[in-house]
Design a protein around this ligand. Structure first.
Ligand code: PRX
Length: 630
């Protein structure tokens, strides 16, 4: 019976047989005989006794059959650079980079922090790390020194790879000063820094610590650095993401499970073939960049298009122009990007020959119906929503499955993907909700399928406590998303149950932003809340009680303090985390027992009924918010 339902059921009920088949999609040095060890839940150990290498599967194995085919197409509309690397050339560059890493003392198991803009060297660096068993940790370029320092202290890298600058909308964005400041702030001091000098802005080098990439590359032109065969569970990378507390979580991924999971997703979800071209518009600093700019497409032998620039520059049709030029077959983006394009001339959607394109995949935030409809009609291509998380590494819910065509329903990313035993639980009783239209917390029964997080870097206890013990008495993985399921088994995602917000598809922790704002000398108390935003999905708004109210005497004084607070967040966390507005209140709305009424603040900002306020200590601040917004 060739239905998706039977395919899915098999992945759950004949788990090991199912994943043993998927394991055939990749190359092994030693094939696993044991598929899954779940004897110590919630720690899942996939492909237990297998050994493999992620870089081998992404690069080396393709050199034999398609050395001259495109592997990495690099396009920067910021610098005008446009280079295509074949698999053979990528293989050479990755080996050069690997040799440089080794010359700087990087060994198997060492961490390498990558703080780079969207340049080809970032891809070389990631692949070179996993080639030699070094664990990379890419930090998004939009994060500033404080965020970077926290991650340096948690990952304790021996080496940081960075560049003089990025570029955004034609404006140079220096990276090096932020990195230097981060290393001053951090307790841990990396021994070496490898600098890619793009010639965008001058920078100062720290003698003995900083090394020039171009110079070292010259020395290693003929480098041959073989892939190191790694145990299945050897960490491939960590990627920091936000949670409820201010301290970012280092999501840790294994080697074999991740390689198999991506290979399987390329086959079943994306139906990608070697020789096709995948264009994901994300950034390597996010999980989509890891899975679907770098590893997934390359594992499948596809070319991946890596793009530095805005979707609207030099013109609003630049993405479609690239689809035409490079015959892109698969595109992956976020709803926010589509909403940005929606402000452009719709004629741009049909100006280029995009006949090569099979589908546009969207993820990272809720896809609203008008946006989905606009882009579906404009492109005349299937638009495929998919729901997942940094933690899972690949889609949990979607309709694309390679087995059976399933209709999309607006507002729903789709049904559970093979391997994910998704359930809804009542948040009070912890009981499973099986009826249609019942709202609950979206959870996944263990073991999580291959490719998901193994643990949190250096903190097994936090991994268990955070994700697996949020429902009393039940060991299930919580996504921290609310959801409902309809009569046909389609899920609808209704937003986070925790203090994580989603701004333009970027996941941010309100607690982190609050901590940053609290460090301003005139801030007594602060709450940061995600508020609905027509373009970005959500915007972060800050509500501040000032220590010295004289700073708030008139609107000029308030604007000045608001500006200072925004600047502070920019410099500590980065512009991605900057609140869209800062409102000043005489006190924060709390219950009589002192609990902040976040949902009431959010409701007032979104012009909704704040609901039951019988426990509120003093409603004045809610009136103040209303007045200031009016
Ligand atoms: O709240 C969900 C939302 O984004 C969160 C995960 O964000 P991140 O770790 O950055 O991973 C993004 C990977 C694509 C989820 O907990 N989210 C993600 N995709 C969707 C979504 N919400 C609604 N619809 C989606 N398709």
């Amino acid at each position: 019976m060739n239905t998706y339902a039977s395919f899915y059921q098999r992945s759950i009920h004949e788990r090991d047989a199912f994943w043993a088949e998927q394991a055939e999609l990749i190359d092994w040095q030693v094939k696993p005989t044991q598929i899954c060890d779940y004897s110590k839940p919630p720690f899942a150990h996939w492909f237990v006794d297998g050994t493999t290498n992620l870089c081998h599967n992404a690069v080396d194995r393709h050199v034999k059959d398609r050395a001259d085919q495109a592997a990495l197409i690099y396009v920067s509309t910021e610098t005008g650079q446009e280079v295509t690397y074949s698999f053979a050339q990528l293989h050479d560059e990755v080996q050069r980079m690997a040799a440089i890493l080794q010359s700087l003392g990087v060994k198997q198991g060492d961490r390498v922090l990558i703080y780079l803009p969207m340049i080809a060297e970032a891809a070389f660096a990631m692949l070179a790390c996993v080639r030699i068993g070094a664990i990379h940790s890419v930090v998004f370029g939009g994060f500033a020194s404080h965020s970077l320092a926290t991650r340096i202290d948690d990952a304790t890298p021996v080496l940081v790879i960075s560049a003089d600058a990025g570029s955004r909308g034609g404006k140079v964005v220096p990276y090096k000063p932020l990195l230097d400041e981060a290393i001053t702030l951090s307790q841990h001091k990396p021994k070496a820094v490898l600098m890619v000098d793009r010639g965008l802005t001058p920078f100062t080098s720290v003698p003995g610590r900083d090394h020039d990439y171009a110079g070292l590359r010259e020395q290693h032109m003929n480098a041959q650095v073989p892939c190191v065969w790694l145990d299945a569970a050897h960490p491939s990378y960590t990627l920091y993401t936000s949670g409820t507390t201010g301290k970012p979580k280092g999501v840790q991924r294994d080697t074999a499970g991740y390689t198999v999971a991506l290979a399987a997703s390329m086959q079943h979800i994306f139906e990608g073939q070697a020789g096709q071209v995948y264009f994901s518009t994300s950034d390597i600093g996010w999980v989509v960049g890891h899975s679907y700019i770098i590893y997934g497409p390359l594992i499948a032998g596809m070319a991946t298009l890596m793009y530095e620039g805005l979707p609207t520059r030099p013109h609003g049709g630049v993405w479609w122009e690239l689809v035409e030029k490079y015959k892109v077959t698969h595109m992956f983006s976020a709803p926010t990007a589509v909403r940005v394009l929606k402000k452009q001339d719709p004629a741009l959607l049909s100006k280029y020959d995009i006949s090569s394109l099979k589908a546009l995949y969207l993820a990272g935030e809720p896809l609203d119906e008008p946006t989905a409809q606009w882009i579906a009609e404009g492109l005349g291509k299937p638009i495929i929503d998919n729901y997942w998380q940094t933690e899972t590494g690949w889609p949990i819910l979607t309709v694309a499955n390679g087995v059976q065509t399933m209709a999309s329903k607006f507002g729903s990313p789709g049904v559970p993907m093979y391997g994910f035993n998704v359930k809804l639980l009542d948040d009070n009783s912890g009981e499973e909700l099986t009826g249609a239209q019942e709202k609950g917390v979206v959870v996944i029964e263990g073991p999580l399928p291959p490719g998901c997080l193994q643990t949190l870097w250096g903190d097994d206890e936090r991994f268990v406590k955070t994700y697996w013990q949020s429902v009393p008495g039940k060991l299930v993985y919580s996504t921290f998303d609310w959801g409902v399921r309809d009569e046909d088994g389609y899920f609808y995602i209704l937003g986070r149950t925790d203090d994580v917000i989603n701004v333009a598809g970027h996941r941010l922790g309100t607690r982190e932003i609050e901590e940053s704002i609290s460090s301003h000398p005139n801030v007594a108390e602060v709450a940061v809340v995600g508020v609905a935003d027509a373009l970005k999905g959500q915007a972060a708004m800050a509500f501040v009680v000032a220590k010295d109210a004289s700073a708030l005497v008139d609107s000029a004084a308030r604007l000045k303090l608001e500006g200072e607070i925004m600047k502070l967040v920019d410099s500590q966390l980065g512009a991605v985390a900057r609140p869209s507005r800062v409102l000043f209140l005489s006190l924060l709305p709390k219950t009589r027992s002192g609990k902040l009424l976040r949902r009431a603040i959010q409701a007032v900002c979104e012009n909704r009924d704040p609901g039951d306020l019988t426990t509120i200590d003093d409603p004045t601040p809610l009136h103040q918010i209303k007045e200031q917004l009016a």
